[in-house]
Design a binder for this molecule. Structure first.
Ligand SMILES: C[S@@+](CC[C@H](N)C(=O)[O-])C[C@H]1O[C@@H](n2cnc3c(N)ncnc32)[C@H](O)[C@@H]1O
Length: 230
């Protein structure tokens, strides 16, 4: 039995290495954003500059671990280099694209190309293959600008996770939770979610974000009438 760092209203956070925690959790869908092996400094718990073979072996084992504990799909955001390296080792069922038009990230490794998109590899059971996740439909290109920094070096935009989780039903798991964007989106959609993060300071950021008010994205005519206006 592992003690959660945070557990409230269907949202649970575990502070630790996801390799240790994954065998103790279950969910329906994984949406995750592992370290990109791009030399980012997340903290002492993460080496983000490994030899590519070592990186893909590590990541493929964790994706296997996710597939073993979820009933549905496993969405994994990657760099283009990460996708190319990982695909040769563990071929995805599909690849979606996060198009980020206003991204000004630097060119990586002497590349002539400015990165304006990120792949999201899909593993696990996709729609229509049984399991507990019923059918869903979503486009495979997602247009969202990058998020502003929130104390984490590379948070995903809330709107991206809201689109993805809004389309794919079920309880959610993010084994590389970072500042908790997946959990914040799950909370806004009224879904159960589990996040795992190795750095405690990002767990703290996630807890603060989860404590904030849930925004109501329903059209005005579907929102409850404020009693002061009646
Ligand atoms: C790309 S970031 C995720 C950012 C997140 N999507 C967000 O919106 O804030 C990857 C995260 O994985 C964490 N991490 C690295 N190795 C880990 C491991 N073995 N287990 C759990 N978390 C890990 C890093 O500390 C980092 O915060």
């Amino acid at each position: 039995m592992i003690t959660p760092y945070y557990d409230h209203a269907g949202i649970t956070i575990y502070h630790g290495d996801c390799r240790d925690i994954l065998p103790h959790v279950t969910a329906d869908v994984v949406v995750t954003d592992p370290p990109y092996n791009a030399g980012l400094d997340y903290g002492a718990g993460t080496n983000d500059k490994r030899e590519w073979g070592e990186y893909v072996t590590w990541l493929a084992n964790i994706i296997d671990g996710c597939e073993a504990v979820v009933t549905g799909p496993v969405f994994v955001f990657l760099s283009v280099n990460g996708l190319l390296s990982l695909s040769a080792y563990k071929r995805p069922r599909h690849v979606c694209v996060w198009d980020k038009p206003m991204c000004f990230s630097p060119r990586l490794g002497g590349s002539p190309f400015l990165p304006h998109w990120e792949p999201c590899a899909v593993y696990g059971r996709v729609c229509g293959e049984g399991g507990r996740v019923p059918g869903y439909h979503l486009p495979d290109v997602w247009h969202h600008n990058t998020a502003t920094r929130n104390g984490h070096p590379c948070p995903k935009p809330d709107s991206l996770l809201l689109q993805l989780l809004g389309a794919v039903p079920g309880d959610v798991l993010d084994p590389f939770m970072g500042s908790g964007t997946t959990l914040v989106a799950a909370k806004q959609l009224g879904r159960k979610a589990i996040g795992i993060e190795i750095e405690e300071r990002y767990c703290e950021i996630a807890v603060k974000r989860l404590a904030q008010e849930v925004l109501d994205f329903r059209p005005a005519e579907q929102q409850p009438i404020q009693s002061s206006l009646i």
